[in-house]
Write a protein that binds this ligand. Structure first.
Ligand code: URA
Length: 202
């Protein structure tokens, strides 16, 4: 099966994922699960927490206010959004944008794990606390878990099933929506990402 077909299969499974505690949210309003989008051969995969209102209304990750910040950061480091893959841990929106629960992370994570093994990114840039913690736990690096402000911008080596990769924990772009002063700190992390990408291309 091609990467496209394997990712399509995940989409099909998520669409029919009635066992999810968040499935009922889909029927209350017209909303869509958000699987992910971007380059299936991308060096970088961004992993956020969960879709927000705009994402659930469109089925696209990071297309609301946090997405605008993410786009600006990518533009500033000269990376095109179409060249990276963007997804979330949860594929459905938690009501009122509350934090994802441990149970929700557990039920949706297998889809993310499969996306990682299909796309095989060399760098996983986690966005926000939940995503950083999930990645560090997934790759048996629990001992590296710190506050997201301490983790932000420091790459960690990890062993994926397909080879050695870098995990780059980043602040969630939404922090800039609420606190414009955090843009500079967020950008520092993106400049580290740029350097990592350049190294991977060598
Ligand atoms: N926040 C996230 O974590 N993911 C999105 O797709 C949008 C906002």
């Amino acid at each position: 099966m091609s990467k496209k077909e394997m990712l399509k299969e995940i989409k099909k499974e998520v669409l029919g994922f009635k066992e999810s505690p968040l499935y009922r949210e889909r029927v209350k309003k017209v909303v869509f699960p958000v699987i992910g989008e971007g380059n299936h051969d991308g060096i970088v995969m961004f992993v956020g927490e969960a879709p927000g209102a705009r994402e659930a209304a469109t089925g696209r990750p990071f297309c609301g206010s946090a997405g605008k910040i993410l786009d600006q950061c990518l533009q500033e480091i000269g990376i095109e959004r179409k060249d990276v893959y963007i997804t979330n841990i949860l594929k459905d929106r938690p009501p009122k944008n509350r934090d994802p629960s441990p149970e929700e992370i557990e039920v949706y994570a297998p889809f993310l794990d499969r996306q990682i093994n299909i796309i095989q990114p060399k760098i996983i840039a986690s966005l926000g606390r939940f995503s950083a913690e999930y990645m560090l736990k997934k790759f048996y690096l629990e001992n590296k878990i710190r506050s997201i402000t301490a983790l932000h911008g420091t790459p960690v080596d990890a062993k994926a099933e397909y080879g050695v990769i870098k995990i780059l924990p980043l602040l969630h772009p939404a922090v800039v929506v609420y606190n414009r002063g955090k843009k500079e700190t967020l950008m520092e992390g993106f400049y580290t990402l740029k350097k990592l990408i350049e190294k991977c291309k060598k």
